[in-house]
Design a protein around this ligand. Sequence first.
Ligand code: COA
Length: 181
Amino acid sequence: MTPEPPGASGPSGRLLPPGPAEVARISIGGPETLDLEAIAPVHAAAFAEPPYSEPDATDLLRGAPRHAQRDGFVLAIARDGESVVGFAYGVTAHPRLDWVAELVDVPGTVSELVELAVHPCAHGRGIGAGLLEAVLEDRPEPVTVLQTHDGDGPAMRLSLRMGFRRIGRTTVGVAMAKQLR
Ligand SMILES: CC(C)(COP(=O)(O)OP(=O)(O)OC[C@H]1O[C@@H](n2cnc3c(N)ncnc32)[C@H](O)[C@@H]1OP(=O)(O)O)[C@@H](O)C(=O)NCCC(=O)NCCS
């Protein structure tokens, strides 16, 4: 069967909006797919924009290899042609992680979305939403959490649109959780 082109009519005859698959290719993988050289520039550019102003490269460069050793590490990467334009990764949250233990009351483990960044040149094309969806797909944990900047910014709007709800405050900003099943 020939695949339908972007924006083609769906089964109901409705014109389908272009989804992330048409604007960027999103792949998911485990620790072996972590390519710091490819994702660091995306992280730096994304966090150079307000409300963040001082991107801390060491956060990612030190944090990501450590996270990649953890259980449940899943990395989603968005590419536009050969260029990496966004990434997201999640892990199984450490059960004794202070803010999770304090704010989430579910039996067993939860997952945590640790990083999500899209290069500003690719914002507003649904790539952030596509990455979030990809990284949460097939997670075994019933609940996933993230921390984000307070205020009505793109990250907060995206989280709310993707079904996350505020559960409290942390030293970083706002803690949010989404029920996966
Ligand atoms: C948050 C972030 C990942 C969003 O990435 P993104 O790829 O721009 O996200 P999306 O394209 O899915 O959504 C962004 C906006 O574009 C809109 N949009 C999505 N697809 C669209 C399309 N095809 N046409 C027009 N608008 C579209 C969305 O509705 C959304 O609008 P809103 O901000 O008014 O709610 C990005 O802004 C970023 O990297 N920020 C800095 C780092 C950060 O905050 N990370 C998250 C920490 S939890």
